[in-house]
Write a protein that binds this ligand. Sequence first.
Ligand code: ADP
Ligand code: ZN
Ligand code: ZN
Length: 658
Amino acid sequence: MNIFYYDIAIPIPVRETFTYKSKEILKSGSRVAVKFRNKDIVGYVVQQLNDMPDFSTTEVSEILDSEPIFKPSDMQIILWLADYYHHPLGEVFDTFCPPALRKITKTDSLLSVEEPIYSILEKDKQFELNKEQESCIKEIKSLRGFDPCLLYGVTGSGKTEIYLQTAGFYLSKGSSILILVPEISLTPQLQERFINRFGANIGIYHSRQTPKQRYNVWQKARNGEIKIVIGTRSAILSPLTNLGLIIIDEEHDQSYKQHEGFRFSARDVGIKRAQIEKIPIILGTATPSLQTLKLVEDKKYKQVNLLKRANGSKPPGFITLDINDSKLESGIAKESLDAIKNTLNRNKQALVFINRRGFSPLYECNNCRWVAECKSCDARLVFHHGLDRLICHRCESAYGLPTRCPECSSSNLSLQGSGTERIELFLEKYFKDTDIIRLDHDTTKKKGSLDEIIEKVHESNSAILVGTQMLAKGHDFPKVELGVILNCDAGITSPDINSLEKISQLLIQVSGRVGRRDSNGKVLIQTRYPEDKNLKELKSGDYLHFALKNLKQKKELHHPPYSAVCLLRASSPLADHNIKFLSKVANTLNIESEISAIGPIPSIISKTRGNLRHHLIIQTGSKTLLNKYVKDVIDSILSWDETKKVRWFFDIDPIDYS
Ligand code: ADP
Ligand code: ZN
Ligand code: ZN
């Protein structure tokens, strides 16, 4: 009897794969049930081994997939990902496996289905393209093979129409299309536009869906029953058959990077997929990332432009409001309130952006300056009015509101500063009988609440929308005529090396929600730094000019994208343990090395969940060199005693240095 041996990846945080045997031939990319530490779990078949191992092996308990769930090109991507991000292979598999299949269940067999037909629905009003759109589409239709293309389209320039018509073109050739958006809140709008145009056969895939919903979409894509999938990060390996094109909408958006666990960039995975499957990829945005702009400059990516708003309206102007001498009410200046009032009087909507959720970010003793902080993190507690609790935004711990100061027993305590919740409550009082619609993490948690909010925005006439980042991104709210930005000063003054890129994108994106139907839009920026030179330049609204200048500086300073950077983070209850571990890593580098390290330094957020955090920034000229170094150093790290005392991870291409 034949016995075969296999490399099996198991979704646990270890880097090795495991060897199992089987009497039957297993296919790479399929799942099996295996016994591991006395439990039955799912394993992913990586490859067959040529030789019999010289140790005893366990037999695979059950074959779960008759056909692999990951095809050879997916396997190439997954192996590349584990290598590039230095992440345990089994966990990478798990990330792209629909949640329902992470359990020991069999997949339904592949059906042979009739090709779905997508025709352009009569009722959908297809715009007559303007000249710019025409030439973009022409250029996009001529993309061949792996052909990345930046679609630089100012906000309101009609990128969605380009996506729709491009999708129509690919569908007519029998290909399928994958569209990625950075955030769940952007799926309903795009879904609706696609359904209006092509009918109901559109797959949506994101983490707010039930495992069953996700499995259904996944299975339909695999069967060829649907040819369009719109989704967030984990949809990027959607098993669409005959994939012809990938679209990454809002390619600059930081939400494409996963912030915990497996820290991958879905945008970059998309590019890898396009490269391996030899298909074009469109990166659409009004505020391209510096990384993408560099690749355009290097002639590795093409660029097409939409420089005007589609309906001819002018983008809103920016006005800075010096608030140094202003008395603010819940964080809002009198001039801003007047401008809001004016907008409401004209039966239009105003948008108030503040990068903070909750009621108030600070609970303080006015006698001794004690500040409420989380017991396990170095984070100030945020008061949430609806919950009547102080909440830690790092670890979610909730605390009651003390009536006396724990330090000096004074009862003279107060809530300082504003978040979305306070602004909402204040505006409700100030503008009686006006719809105040809040869009943030807290108001969208409940199932269906996001759709309700978006519907309400469309149904209301005069209204005030209050929100965080979530409100600034990609939405098409036609009645918004005024934008008020309450706190961008932190972004302007931040020393973070990405801060200029982030703040410029944010300002332009907020302005992009404003005045989308006519030319009366304006954006007020409340600031204590009206003379800041970056702010002055950004006021012109010319993002590209600003970004290219920023890129030039990055080149001079050898900062990414002109160098490869990773962050090694260590956390443990004792600072000493972190520092010893990180120093030992830093000591693997010497002066002659082409790789340099900064640190160990305490992270800006220096404590979470009871653990102290430190990091090391490792920088070098090329990604290949960095990859090799990290691989070698991980081999050493695993054998050190210092390693056992800390939790550690590498963050490749970090965007968050805090
Ligand atoms: P973007 O995604 O570039 O910010 P959208 O795709 O949401 O912009 O388009 C902005 C608005 O312009 C939408 O309401 C859209 O329906 C409209 N639009 C798009 N193309 C045209 C066109 N050729 N003529 C007139 N209006 C258009
Ligand atoms: Zn006190
Ligand atoms: Zn905490």
